[in-house]
Write a protein that binds this ligand. Structure first.
Ligand code: NAD
Ligand code: TYD
Length: 351
């Protein structure tokens, strides 16, 4: 079936993997990458797609209400996969309003534009909102987030994502907009911007720079290989029940310290350094304000209803991730030049 799908934020980390999967797997779909190329958006992430006849790029800002309305009327999309967002918790602590604008207003603009375009015929239309497990708040040592866990966001980032999730559900209940959502755990893999822990640590180890670990490194994250997330989005977009959310995660919990130690061992081996060299770079720094202790997803609903399973666990996935970064050091050098240096100094100096 021919379809016209707009994928927002597809010049970013996860979006680039999602649009690659869709462009290659569904040549009959026209896929539009809508992205305004913030510091996190980079067309190099999708350069392998630029000559494909079913891939198109539109530079545009989802917070611009008039622009988004006109764009939907002009292109008459029948599917939306919405990933564009401000995504980094530390940046949300420094500038919460930017997160409210992009994540809340931006999502509302897209919902409105889809509603106006589809109001007379919702058949075959679909609005997919990509969200995070961070909306559920922080777990203690036990338990898992399920789709029924009450929302309890604790950072400006997660509060803005929670708010956008509520708007998506409100448009389903109030206007009958055909929506589907997912809440996913921490992703890792290629093209990940080095403000997040794993790519930041890879980059610092490469340069023999300190690896900043917040607090005691005891916080736990549930890591998911980014292509497994993209596969889950594919299956939920096509087969997920309208109005439902699906939690995506792979039971892959690691404390930050254990994860960094594993990464150090892999990097020592790949760089031909003596074992233990990179671990010496680990530096404990002042903790993040309001730092959530533990995230862990129960993905039973997605597995039982739609048959999705993760394909990789950390040991294998991290090896592949490190291989990609070492083979693409130009990419890292490019994204860490300019503004990144200023960000890094502001974020880590005196910590
Ligand atoms: P990212 O920061 O790497 O990419 C975000 C993309 O959105 C960038 O290309 C950026 O240019 C674009 N963008 C930002 N503001 C925009 C605007 N106003 N208009 C148009 N484009 C804009 O983020 P990511 O890690 O790929 O996350 C993608 C989505 O997945 C987000 O919605 C995030 O909340 C969600 N998510 C991320 C993770 C994770 O571990 N990274 C986990 C679960 C859910
Ligand atoms: P991050 O990659 O920012 O993802 P999130 O905050 O969305 O989970 O951080 C992952 C974990 O690593 C989190 O517990 C915070 C911690 N962290 C550090 O210890 N040092 C760092 O420099 C960064 C960026 C994160």
């Amino acid at each position: 079936m021919k379809r016209k799908i707009v994928i927002t934020g597809a010049a970013g980390f996860i979006g680039s993997h999602v649009i690659r999967l869709f462009v290659n797997k569904y040549p009959e779909y026209d896929c539009y990458n809508l992205d305004n190329l913030t510091y996190a958006g980079n067309l190099e992430n999708v350069k392998d797609l630029q000559d494909k006849p079913n891939y198109h790029f539109i530079k545009g800002d989802i917070t611009d209400t008039e622009f988004i309305e006109k764009l939907f009327q002009q292109h008459r999309f029948d599917g939306v996969i919405h990933l564009a967002a401000e995504s980094h918790v530390d940046r949300s602590i420094a500038d919460p309003l930017c997160f409210i604008r992009t994540n809340v207003l931006g999502t509302a603009n897209l919902l409105n534009a889809a509603r106006n375009l589809w109001k007379d015929d919702m058949e075959g239309k679909r609005f997919y909102h990509v969200s995070t497990d961070e909306v559920y708040g922080s777990l203690g040592a036990e338990g898992y987030f399920t789709e029924k866990t009450a929302y309890s966001p604790r950072s400006p980032y997660s509060a803005s994502k929670a708010s956008s999730d509520h708007f998506v559900r409100a448009y389903f209940h109030t206007y009958g907009l055909p929506v589907v959502m997912s809440n996913c755990s921490n992703n890792y893999g290629s093209h990940h911007f080095p403000e997040k822990l794993i790519p930041l640590a890879i980059n610092n180890i490469r340069h023999n720079q300190p690896i900043p670990v917040y607090g005691k490194g005891a916080n736990v994250r549930d890591g998911l290989w980014v292509d497994d997330h993209a596969r889950a989005i594919d299956v939920i977009f096509h087969k997920g029940r309208l109005g439902e959310t699906y939690n995506i995660g792979g039971h892959n919990e690691w404390s930050n310290l254990d994860l960094i130690k594993l990464l150090c061992r892999i990097m020592d081996r790949k760089l031909g350094r003596e074992e233990g060299t990179s671990e010496k770079l680990i530096t404990f720094v002042k903790d993040r304000a309001g730092h959530d202790l533990r995230y862990a997803i129960d993905p039973t609903k997605l597995r039982d209803e739609l048959g999705w399973e993760p394909s990789l666990q950390f040991e294998e996935g991290l090896e592949k991730t490190v291989d990609w970064y070492l083979a693409n050091q130009e990419w890292l050098d490019h994204v860490t030049s300019g503004d990144y240096q200023k960000y890094y100094e502001k974020q880590y100096q005196g910590r």
